[in-house]
Design a protein around this ligand. Sequence first.
Ligand SMILES: [Zn+2]
Length: 345
Amino acid sequence: MRLRAGLRVLRRTATEVQVGTDPRWAVRLPDLTRAEADLLLAVDPRTDLTGLHAVAAGCGLDPGRVRDIVATLADAGLTEDRPARPVLRGPAAVDADVGDLLRADAYGPGLVRERAERVVGVLGLGPTGLGIAVGLAAAGVGTVLVDDERPVRTVDVGVCGYRWSDVGSAREHVAARLLRDVAPHVSTASDRVPDVVVLVEDRVADPVRGPVLVTGGTAHLSVVVREADVLVGPLVVPGAGPCLRCLDLHRTDADAAWPALCTQLRADRSAAREPGAVAAVSAGLGAAAVLARLDRVGGAAPGTSFEVTLPDAVPRRRAWAVHPECGCTALPASLVGAPGPVTAR
Ligand SMILES: [Zn+2]
């Protein structure tokens, strides 16, 4: 038995220690002797807790009390019974640690291995789309399909990854290279249907793309770069919440001219500008939403979107409901649910 990866043991006073810092699971151990506190402070995720009472006895401590302390940590869900973890390197190792902490049934390295079998498509590779794709590859997603033939512009250069030397090159070619820079084993080609498609669009969501994905039962995350904000979400799981058509129907209820405005906004084919801080926050939100879907952890409720606005880049949450006239929730049950079990490619 070992402490879960990512937890730290901290001294509060000479006779009290704290394990972990997140209020969701941190535990205080008061009324210790100084020697007991010292012993616990030497514990890290590599320490075998099963033998800790014997170590305590060897140091002249009461082994029964140390056994009780270990039981308290186990009851609080701060231990795991697995053998020593394999050593993971690279950005995905961080996700493996956090995966252990966030899901009682999770085994971080196993969770990252499952991601390696997943396929995600990112359509639209401005700074926000690039940031999402890089975030997914760095988190261990095995196949990230990137699609955007438009050239990198000078205003795309910045925090999400494009460099001055990339200006003029096709975004999808530069993106594929950047993905391999952070995740050498990532694939950017697959003939499998993606587990999730990310649609990063300028000014307004394409009214056709979303419904096509709904019909095919493919989960998709909508990201729309607008005049002075980025709208991240909702993540549409066909049949299990509002779809992008639902959103347009709600907008039309609120403003009868919306379809006319939408048509004009779509007619502008130029790429929208994405300020760096807003793109970085939006990319983080987008990548996290996709990973929650792939990992089958909670994530935001169906119909949740975030508006990341200039100048503060503080995400504002908004909840959308299924529109009664859309009919998208009347889909066969077979199309609804979490990603299926991982199958070999
Ligand atoms: Zn709908």
